[in-house]
Design a binder for this molecule. Structure first.
Ligand SMILES: Nc1ncnc2c1ncn2[C@@H]1O[C@H](COP(=O)(O)OP(=O)(O)O)[C@@H](O)[C@H]1O
Ligand SMILES: [Mg+2]
Length: 306
């Protein structure tokens, strides 16, 4: 019996209206497809390399369903009990008064008792499960999802249920994200699990969407965002794997440009330094290349674009 402090799982409500969410025709198309599949009661799976908008699209899709969301982030260390629940010897209940902030009541109980984990909570109440980066968890930990998705039944240990299972609430919905298998730290998901979801494969957004995201997230002008995005896209194209730099680097560069008041351009020494720091650090994680080569490549792209 594990002795641990466990807080009961609380779902979150995501706002349907998200002013910073960019809805270009490309994004709208993906969001509409996802909504249709969810309406047909299929789990949706956003799959793609880092920085292609998986988590953001998953959150937005979850928000549009308008019901509470339970979030899970896949982890190597996860076991089935992290998804379903387990017996704990110590339970703490915290009551925080929303109106009188000084009121905080804590009840403690020391006895072996079952605590439902995220998947069980979502199945029981009919919440939306958002399982981000689910292939970071070992396939064995995710096995419990098979019957949930196929038969709408959650298998439970006898400590939780005398029947050994729970019928999944009809409102239960599931959204997954993952990086393709070739990425470090990802396991190959069971085919049986993938077969039960509809996978929307993502790649880097189109130029217009990347420009919009850079503007919205950093506050730079359209012209500045265009230059920054063109630098990022040219560099991505020039690299053999085409995976980095991502739109994240464009947003970072945008924020630094905005704060410093420096215009993007290869003739500005400071801008070149910012670009080298930001682009190099995002690329180096995915590229085994000598430092000098990388910097030369970035300088080359800067000269070409601005
Ligand atoms: N539709 C969108 N609107 C606004 N920002 C977005 C949108 N899609 C992605 N982003 C931004 O792009 C970056 C990468 O997206 P993210 O969802 O984290 O990618 P992933 O999960 O694939 O690594 C984040 O900074 C995110 O805020
Ligand atoms: Mg993500």
């Amino acid at each position: 019996m594990a002795v641990a402090t466990v807080e009961e799982i609380q779902p979150i409500m995501l706002a349907k209206e998200q002013p910073n969410f960019v809805l270009t025709p490309e994004v709208k198309d993906k969001v509409q497809r996802a909504a249709l599949y969810m309406q047909a009661r299929y789990p949706v799976h956003f799959s793609g390399p880092a920085g292609t908008g998986k988590s953001t699209l998953a959150m937005y899709t979850a928000a549009q369903l308008g019901q509470p969301v339970v979030l899970i982030h896949g982890e190597e260390e996860f076991s089935a009990s992290d998804l379903v629940g387990g017996e704990f010897g110590f339970r703490r209940k915290k009551v925080i008064d929303n109106f009188i902030h000084s009121v905080m009541k804590t009840e403690e109980e020391v006895s072996a008792r079952w605590i439902d984990s995220r998947l069980t909570v979502a199945c029981k109440h009919g919440f939306t499960l958002l399982y981000d980066e689910f292939t970071r968890s070992r396939p064995q930990a995710n096995n419990v999802l098979l019957s949930v998705l196929e038969e709408h039944i959650l298998d439970l240990p006898s400590a939780r249920s005398t029947e050994g299972y729970m019928k999944v609430h009809p409102n239960f919905a599931a959204i997954f994200t993952s990086n393709p298998v070739e990425y470090a730290g990802a396991y190959r998901a069971q085919d049986a699990l993938i077969d039960r979801m509809i996978t929307i494969k993502l790649d880097h957004y189109d130029r217009q969407t990347e420009i919009q995201i850079t503007m919205v997230k950093s506050g730079v002008s359209r012209e500045e965002a265009e230059t920054i995005v063109d630098i990022v896209r040219s560099l991505r194209k020039a690299k053999s794997d085409h995976t980095t730099p991502t739109v994240r680097a464009a947003v970072m560069l945008g924020k630094v440009v905005k704060l410093s008041g420096i215009k993007p351009g290869s003739k500005d020494g400071d801008f070149t330094k910012f670009a080298l720091d930001i682009l190099d650090s995002e690329i180096s994680t995915s590229m085994q290349q000598k430092n000098g080569e990388l910097q030369a490549m970035i300088r080359g792209v800067l000269k070409e674009v601005c």
